[in-house]
Write a protein that binds this ligand. Structure first.
Ligand SMILES: Cc1ncc(COP(=O)(O)O)c(C=O)c1O
Length: 477
C-alpha cells in the first residue's frame, strides 16, 4: 500500500483482504459504522467511506435497518479459453491506430488503464533520487567522458548476480547494458534474422515486439496462449515442424498481456525443444521478479546448455518506470554479435545512471521493494477482477494473472474494442484495444487493462464506466 493512500482506502483494503481470505465469512455481519471507527481509531466519516468503497467493489452490502454484511461472492468472470490465432506466418504490420493509442497511454489528464506500470508512489523514488545524486557526485569526472558501450562493470556484475534468482549463472562479461528491454529484444532479432524470416511469437503478444519485427521486415507466426500456462508447446512444435522458424520471442514468466507463467516442466521442455532444433529463444524476463514464488521466477534459460537462449531484461517494471532506459541482454552464443550490434547502433548509455542502478540492485532495498510490489499488485488485480465481475457485460471473461498487473479482458463478441476505446477516450479514460496485440484480425473484442495504479474512487468509477460503455455497445449490436 503506498504511503499516501487515504486512510479509508487502507481500511477498505484491509477489510477486503479479510473477506478474500475467508476470515470474514460471506454473510457475516460487520461492525456498525460507530464500532468500526472505534475499533480502528478512525473518524466516523472515514469508516463510512471505507464501507462505501467496499459496497462499490461488491465486497459488502448494506441491508436496510440491519447494517453491513459481507456479500456472498458474485461469481468472478471466467478466464478466457486458449487463443486460436491463424497458423500461417504473415509480414508484421502494426495497426494504424497503434501510434495514437501508444502516444496517449502515459499522458497526464486521463484516467489511464493503458501503460503497463504501477502507480508512481509505489516505487522507491527518494532512494532512487539519492542513488542518482550520489552517483553523479562520486563519478563527476565521468560526466565529461563517453561511456563504454557495454555498460559499467558494476552494473553488469549486479545483473548477473540478480539473474541467479531466475536460476541463471551469467558471465557478467557477456552482459550488455542496453537502452531498455526493447533494445535488448531488437538487438537479438537483428543478430539471428534477415528480413523476411519467420519468428514465432505468443498470441496475444506485447505490441513492442510487433513494432520491432515490423522495423526489421520480419514475418510472424502466432502461437496459441493458454491464459494460465502460456504458450502452447504442442502448437509451437507443430509450427517448428512445418515452417522454417528462425527464432521464438516469448515472455514465459508473467507474460504481457495475459500474465501467464509457464509451468517449470514446460520451461524445461521448451529449452530442450529449441536446443534440439537449434532455434534461438529470445526470452524476455522483464517481469520474472514479479512472479509469486521462487520456482515460478525461474527462466527457461536456466535449463539451456547450448547458449541457445538470449536473455533480455530491464528495470522499468521492478525498480521504477522512469528507469526504463536501463536494460540488459545476455545473448548466449550470439553474445559477440549482439555486443557488436550494440556498438553499431547506440554506442553506450549513461554511466552515472548505470552506477546508480547497480547500487540500487545491490544495496537499495530492491528485494524488499519487490515483495511490496508483488503484494500490492495481487491486491490491485483482485479488486479489478471484482469490479469487472460486477460492471462488465454478461459473457465477459478476464485473466487471473500469476503476477504482474495487467489483465486481458475478453468481451462478448458484439463489443468492438476499438469503438470502446474511442468511447472511453471521449470520457477521458484510456484502455488498450486487443487488435494491438496481434498481426491478425483477432482480439477485436478484447482489451488490456493495467491494474497497477492504486485504486481511488475515481479510478474505480472509471473502470465501472468502461463496463457500462461496453454494455451499451453490446446492446446496440
Ligand atoms: C514484456 C515486455 N517486454 C518489454 C517491455 C519494454 O521494456 P523497456 O521499457 O525496458 O524497453 C515491456 C513494457 O511494457 C513489456 O511488457
Amino acid at each position: 500500500m503506498p504511503a499516501d493512500s487515504p486512510l479509508y482506502l487502507s481500511l477498505a483494503d484491509r477489510l477486503a483482504g479479510l473477506a478474500a481470505s475467508g476470515s470474514l465469512r460471506p454473510g457475516a455481519r460487520l461492525p456498525s459504522v460507530r464500532a468500526l471507527s472505534e475499533q480502528h481509531g478512525v473518524s466516523i466519516s472515514t469508516a463510512v467511506q471505507a464501507y462505501r468503497t467496499l459496497e462499490d467493489r461488491g465486497v459488502i452490502e448494506a441491508r436496510p435497518k440491519s447494517g453491513f454484511f459481507v456479500r456472498r461472492p458474485r461469481a468472478l468472470p471466467p478466464v478466457p479459453a486458449t487463443t486460436r490465432p491463424p497458423t500461417r506466418p504473415v509480414t508484421v504490420e502494426v495497426k494504424g491506430i497503434a501510434d495514437a493509442v501508444l502516444d496517449l497511454v502515459g499522458e497526464p489528464g486521463y484516467i489511464s488503464f493503458g501503460a503497463a506500470a504501477g502507480a508512481p508512489s509505489l516505487y522507491a523514488n527518494e532512494r532512487i533520487r539519492r542513488a542518482l545524486a550520489r552517483s553523479a557526485q562520486r563519478h563527476v569526472d565521468s560526466l565529461g567522458r563517453y561511456a563504454t558501450s557495454m555498460g559499467v562493470p558494476e552494473l553488469r556484475q549486479a545483473i548477473s548476480r540478480r539473474a541467479m534468482n531466475m536460476g541463471c549463472g551469467l558471465d557478467h562479461r557477456n552482459v550488455v547494458v542496453t537502452n531498455g528491454c526493447t533494445e535488448s529484444v531488437t538487438l537479438c532479432l537483428r543478430a539471428v534474422t534477415q528480413p523476411g524470416d519467420v519468428i514465432a511469437i505468443e498470441s496475444p503478444t506485447y505490441f513492442g515486439f510487433l513494432r520491432a519485427m515490423q522495423a526489421l521486415g520480419l514475418r510472424a507466426v502466432e502461437i496459441p496462449m493458454e491464459p494460465r500456462r502460456g504458450m502452447s508447446l504442442e502448437a509451437l512444435e507443430l509450427a517448428l515442424d512445418t515452417q522454417q522458424i528462425k527464432a521464438v520471442v516469448a515472455v514465459p514468466t508473467v507474460s504481457n498481456p495475459m500474465g501467464s507463467v509457464m509451468p517449470t516442466a514446460s520451461k524445461k521442455r521448451l529449452a530442450e525443444l529449441l536446443e534440439h532444433r537449434g532455434v534461438a529463444l529470445i526470452e524476455d524476463v522483464i517481469c520474472n521478479e514479479l512472479a509469486p514464488t521462487e520456482e515460478s521466477r525461474r527462466a527457461v534459460r536456466s535449463f539451456d546448455r547450448s547458449g541457445n537462449v538470449m536473455l533480455c531484461g530491464s528495470f522499468g517494471k521492478t525498480l521504477a518506470p522512469g528507469l526504463r532506459g536501463v536494460g540488459w541482454v545476455e545473448a548466449g552464443r550470439w553474445s559477440a554479435e549482439v555486443a557488436s550490434l550494440k556498438r553499431s547502433f547506440t554506442g553506450g548509455g549513461s554511466s552515472v545512471v548505470e552506477w546508480a542502478v547497480a547500487e540500487l540492485l545491490d544495496h537499495g532495498g530492491y528485494d524488499q521493494g519487490l515483495r511490496q510490489l508483488r503484494r500490492h499488485f495481487a491486491e490491485q488485480v483482485r479488486t479489478a477482477r471484482q469490479i469487472i465481475g460486477g460492471a462488465f457485460p454478461n459473457g465477459t471473461r478476464v485473466t487471473d494473472p500469476s503476477g504482474g498487473f495487467v489483465l486481458w479482458v475478453e468481451l462478448p463478441r458484439s463489443v468492438d474494442a476499438i469503438e470502446l476505446y474511442r468511447r472511453c477516450l471521449a470520457q477521458g479514460i484510456i484502455v488498450v484495444p486487443g487488435p494491438l496485440f496481434t498481426t491478425s484480425t483477432r482480439y477485436r473484442n478484447c482489451l488490456r487493462l493495467n491494474a497497477g495504479a492504486s485504486w481511488t474512487p475515481e479510478r474505480e468509477a472509471a473502470l465501472r464506466l468502461v463496463g457500462r460503455l461496453a454494455t451499451e455497445i453490446s446492446l446496440e449490436a
